[in-house]
Design a protein around this ligand. Structure first.
Ligand code: TRP
Length: 348
């Protein structure tokens, strides 16, 4: 593949190449919702046929802000794995692995911690934003572990010599920090590690059903991949519509209506055009409009739900997938470790 020099690249600009390794991951802190589906899962289904793909279940990173809730992290390891399998990420094509079972990542984190200053971590915009959201947990004083999680994420990526890291915009400062660590490592200990490149998709951040810019568990406005048809119905019926529209024949404003927003995600072009025109003309009632949306959402989510159900009934199969992937991932991390220790004169 051509040399990628930039620190980030657009998804549509990367040439598929099975010899190029990509790595991405999620913190297991909750089930995945349709924001994740449109934001990253769908693209993973495509990427798995184009690159050598690794997906990390980042349980150690999840503990950095859930250290007081290990049960939650443990339960969500299999939940998010089932979500990923349900959308069609194929364990025969992708290596799923569990962070806590790769001790080399922890070891690299310790080595890299000498190459990062505390003030640099404190300036990391992603860390800053998250800290502002986690006042309740950390108060005024952040833990060493949380402040240092970008170092551990650099270890996640470099342990596997991943070239491409598909992430959302919010993760860019973490990839930048990883690249700095790699450069510093190589300049001190000799050319050893590879600088990764962030791959950005062209995906919108999905708004919540209540119109909030962000969809999230804590906001109570998410549609989960595992939601039943009845739950979807209930959530969509409560979604925010044009508040000025009281009677059916009042002309509507689809642009401020969440139901129309979701029609655009789940319906075809023709349907969306109808929804928009009929709403503006006051010829479409919100209830009928919501019912049509429920049908469309269910058409997308039903096969996912059915596949998820298959795995829910087979926890051992889910576990085996994770263990087999982890064993493969560990072999690679061990090889990296040998190189790293050699460069650092720790090859006893
Ligand atoms: N920080 C990422 C998130 O919060 C999860 C993650 C952990 C990750 N390790 C990674 C993403 C390595 C990309 C590469 O979503």
């Amino acid at each position: 593949m051509e040399k990628i020099e930039d620190e980030k690249i657009k998804l549509e600009d990367v040439k598929p190449d099975k010899n190029v390794r990509i790595l991405t991951g999620d913190r297991p802190t909750g089930k995945l919702h349709i924001g994740h589906y449109f934001g990253s899962l769908k693209s993973r289904v495509t990427l798995q046929d184009q690159f050598e793909t690794f997906i990390e279940v980042a349980d150690v990173q999840a503990l950095t802000d859930n250290f007081n809730n290990p049960e939650k992290v443990k339960q969500n390891v299999s939940q998010i794995l089932m979500d990923e399998l349900a959308v069609g990420i194929d364990p025969n094509k992708v290596t799923f692995f569990l962070q806590s079972l790769i001790p080399e990542i922890a070891e690299l984190t310790v080595f890299y911690s000498n190459l990062v200053t505390i003030s640099r971590l404190e300036r990391n915009p992603t860390v800053k934003t998250e800290l502002a959201q986690k006042r309740a947990l950390f108060g005024e004083s952040v833990t060493y572990g949380f402040l240092g999680y970008p170092v551990s994420q650099a270890a996640d990526i470099t342990a596997f010599e991943a070239k491409l890291v598909p992430v959302g915009e919010d993760q860019l400062p973490l990839i930048e920090q990883c690249r700095e660590i790699v450069r510093k490592f190589n300049s001190i200990y000799g050319e050893t590690l590879k600088e990764p490149v962030a791959v950005l998709g062209n995906f919108p951040r999905i708004k919540g059903l209540d119109g909030n810019e962000k969809m999230g568990k804590s906001l109570g406005n998410a549609l989960y991949l595992s939601d039943t048809e009845d739950v979807i119905k209930e959530k969509v019926m409560a979604a925010l519509t044009d508040p000025a529209r009281i009677k059916k024949d009042d002309p509507g404003h689809p642009d401020i209506c969440m139901v129309y927003y979701y029609h655009k995600l789940f319906g075809n072009e023709e349907e969306c055009k109808n929804v928009c025109e009929e709403c503006k003309a006051g010829k479409r009632g919100c209830v009928a409009c919501k019912k049509e949306l429920i049908k469309n959402i269910d058409n997308t989510l039903r096969p996912i739900r059915e596949k998820r159900h298959y795995y829910e009934e087979r926890p051992n199969e889910v576990k085996d997938i994770l263990m087999a992937g982890t064993a493969h991932a560990r072999d690679i991390a061990k090889e990296t470790m040998i190189k790293v220790k050699k460069s650092m004169k720790l090859d006893y």
